[in-house]
Design a protein around this ligand. Structure first.
Ligand SMILES: Nc1ncnc2c1ncn2[C@@H]1O[C@H](COP(=O)(O)OP(=O)(O)O)[C@@H](O)[C@H]1O
Ligand SMILES: [Mg+2]
Length: 290
């Protein structure tokens, strides 16, 4: 069968990821192709679905340029305006403006100084990470070490990156992070991710940090928040999402948004026996009738 669906990865992935291993056998009309492979003819596919393009944050301009080119000859999902918005965590400010609870965040662009009140106000446990990043790249925790935090901000600035400062939400150490996965706008399943940052670890190499992820049941508050965000996305300019993952952290008053994964999230399809078939059906339904 000629492939009509491109499942998009990167040349830097030597083998399919766990989701692709489960999905591809259920989707014979799909082929695994790399966004950074110049030989791919994107026009040959009816639909191209971003999946394991996990090196994009190191090549953001090239990735965005490729996405615009590909989307002019095939249906690229998620859509380009969503990718452009979602590849920079400054979208958290838009979510906050829309009334959703997000991790309190101070963004500091190259050339700007860290506001004093940001460090004091955020407390002794501080997370510093780049606004463009994935797989925990460049994310570090500073425990009572404002000088270390400032040095990491400077290092990110030297790479031309916008730095983000957040309080370390310590409930993640016990309760973990909850990822709610939506396929075609409908809730599919949830995953619990153990805390990744620790005081003595800096994670700087490789495509992504090792994650401990297990199946979980989202709490009613988590489900309500994630459902409301997914319902609000079309109104925020983001209709037609093939997939979405809403990552939440617990706080005493309730869950808050850590990130919105609309670009290339792991969907943790292996955590729900029904999820691989659900994903295959969702992606197949994107095809135009033959
Ligand atoms: N403010 C925070 N409080 C607690 N943990 C955090 C915070 N920010 C990041 N982390 C930890 O770092 C990991 C990576 O950060 P995240 O914002 O999800 O970026 P990425 O896009 O790299 O996944 C998270 O999964 C979480 O374990
Ligand atoms: Mg994350």
């Amino acid at each position: 069968m000629t492939a009509r669906i491109a499942i998009v990865t990167t040349l830097e992935m030597s083998v399919p990821d766990a989701d692709e291993d489960l999905l591809l056998p259920l989707l014979p009309e799909a082929a695994l192709v790399a966004w950074d492979d110049p030989a791919v003819e994107w026009a040959a596919f009816d639909v191209a679905i971003l999946r394991s393009t996990w090196n994009y944050h190191d090549h953001l301009d090239a990735f965005r340029a490729w996405a615009r080119r590909a989307s002019s000859v095939t249906r690229l999902l998620n859509p380009v305006p969503t990718l452009e918005w979602n590849t920079d965590k400054r979208y958290l400010a838009d979510l906050a403006a829309a009334g959703f609870p997000v991790v309190p965040t101070t963004f500091v662009a190259p050339g700007e100084a860290v506001p004093d009140d940001a460090v004091v106000g955020l407390g002794a446990h501080l997370v510093v990470k780049p606004s463009v990043g994935a797989g925990s790249n460049g994310a570090r925790l500073f425990d009572g070490d404002p000088d270390g935090a400032a040095a990491h901000v400077a290092a990110l600035h030297a790479q031309g990156k916008v730095a983000m400062l957040q309080p370390y939400l310590a409930e993640v150490d016990t309760a973990g992070e909850t990822a709610l996965i939506y396929l075609g706008g409908r809730f599919s399943h949830a995953a619990r991710k153990a805390a990744i940052l620790s005081r003595d670890m800096s994670w700087e190499t490789g495509l992504y940090a090792d994650e401990k992820v297990v199946a979980t049941t989202a709490t009613p508050a988590e489900r309500d928040l994630a459902d409301r965000i997914v319902a609000a996305l079309p109104g925020l300019g983001h209709p037609d999402l093939a997939y979405a993952r809403i990552d939440l952290l617990p706080t005493p008053p309730g869950p808050v948004v850590l990130e919105l994964e609309l670009t290339e999230p792991s969907l943790f399809l292996g955590l729900d026996p029904e999820a691989p078939a659900r994903a295959a059906a969702t992606f197949r339904a994107l095809l135009p009738l033959p």
